[in-house]
Write a protein that binds this ligand. Structure first.
Ligand SMILES: *Cc1c(COP(=O)(O)O)cnc(C)c1O
Length: 387
């Protein structure tokens, strides 16, 4: 068995060896600049075009609707700032309370600069209400940005319904799909999504590469100015190996989509069942009916998530409490707070996120260890009910 049992795939994923192999020649052998006039550079430009086509095939869109960025964070910032610049008279953004910091931070920054930011609430299962969205959509709204699937709970939002409401009001709709792409099938051609962000390192490509899908005809002012790369939509010499790796990862994601939704889902369900059977006072966070197939977020009452992670870590098991960006502080995550998860449960929340590289042997190992860990921690816990 691998010395590490990696169940933190919503934080980042292993680069698939086939992705590495695809990238390697473009460091030392084919290192040309894709913008060069010579055919040595032209060869690289062709390979970038192939990557664009592979990603378009996974998303069900046109290759020229793919804009390469430095990752999910840049894609999100580009969608927000690029749209506001395209609609300078509109001053409002609608988003949700459970977005990734790559959306929440730029929105809160804009709020300090006079924009109105409306954050939709979620219920105890992490679901949002289309009625609330319909109520707050108005002619002053420049952009609606709502994540496809939540990184902490895996809850999938009703994206097409959201997009339909936006379209009826003529408001552009962006979705941060960093957690959805590669895990659930998408078909952007027949969708109401105008812009979509994805991040390479969430789907077995490297860190530092991402995509912003921009539907043909959607207005967006470039965010990073420089050379004429990406059809003038983003300056800067392309991250060639990253782009090529992401193209290969997209092709593999399409091929493994079935596996993700059968084998990986079954492994997640097996882990969930084992945890619920061996750990009393444990709840699953998030709508179990509309959830990514790889994600399991559980709250163990009366124990600290951080203590659980440390004990799992001693067995080489990697999981997460809250999102990677908020861990290190003892505040319960903003997602748990927005869902109204009670204090004692929010503190004991742990996220297991699987991938196609996980095995049943690993799931059973974790399933065996977790019960005794929780039992021991509860014996030490100041929160435990005095029976
Ligand atoms: C990881 C992630 C991001 C950020 O992507 P980076 O490529 O790390 O910048 C944004 N949104 C969501 C939902 C994510 O999971």
């Amino acid at each position: 068995m691998d010395p590490v049992i990696y169940m933190d795939n919503n934080a980042t994923t292993k680069v698939d060896p086939a992705v590495v192999e695809e990238m390697l020649p473009y460091f030392e052998q084919w290192y040309g600049n894709p913008s060069s006039m010579h055919s040595f550079g032209g060869r690289v430009a062709k390979k970038i075009q192939q990557a664009r086509e592979r990603i378009a095939a996974l998303l069900g869109c046109q290759p020229d609707e793919i804009l390469f960025t430095s990752g999910g964070t840049e894609s999100d910032n580009t969608a927000i700032h690029g749209t506001l610049a395209a609609y300078p008279r509109k001053r409002k953004i609608i988003t949700t309370r459970v977005e990734h910091p790559a959306i929440l931070s730029p929105c809160r920054h804009l709020e300090q600069h006079g924009y109105e930011i409306y954050e939709l609430s979620v219920d105890r299962q992490g679901r949002l209400s289309l009625d609330e969205l319909a109520e707050v959509l108005d002619d002053n709204t420049a952009l609606v940005t709502i994540m496809y699937a939540n990184n902490e709970t895996g809850v999938i939002f009703p994206i097409e319904g959201i997009g339909a409401l936006c379209r009826a009001r003529g408001v552009p709709f962006h979705t941060d799909a960093a957690q959805a792409v590669g895990k659930i099938p998408l078909n952007l051609k027949d969708s109401t999504i105008d812009m979509l962000s994805l991040s390479g390192h969430k789907l077995h490509a490297p860190k530092g590469i991402g995509v912003l899908y921009i539907r043909r005809g959607v207005r967006l002012v470039p965010f990073i100015l420089g050379g004429h790369q990406e059809a003038g939509r983003r300056g800067g010499t392309e991250n060639v190996p990253g782009i090529i790796g992401l193209g290969k990862a997209a092709e593999l994601a399409g091929a493994y989509m079935e596996d993700e939704n059968t084998r990986v889902r079954a492994l997640r369900d097996r882990l969930e069942a084992k945890i619920l059977a061996t750990c009393p006072d444990t709840i699953v966070n998030g709508d179990r009916q509309n959830r990514l197939p790889n994600t399991l977020n559980v709250s163990f009452e009366y124990v600290e998530g951080e203590s659980i992670l440390m004990m799992l870590n001693q067995y080489g098991i990697c999981a997460s409490s809250g999102s990677a960006c908020t861990s290190g502080s003892l505040e319960p995550s903003h997602v748990m707070r927005a869902m109204g998860v009670p204090f004692t449960a929010a503190h004991g929340s742990v996220r297991f996120s699987l991938s196609r590289f996980n095995t049943q042997q690993e799931v059973d190992f974790v399933g065996e260890k977790i019960g005794p860990i929780i039992h021991r921690l509860r014996q030490l816990s100041p929160f435990v009910k005095t029976a």
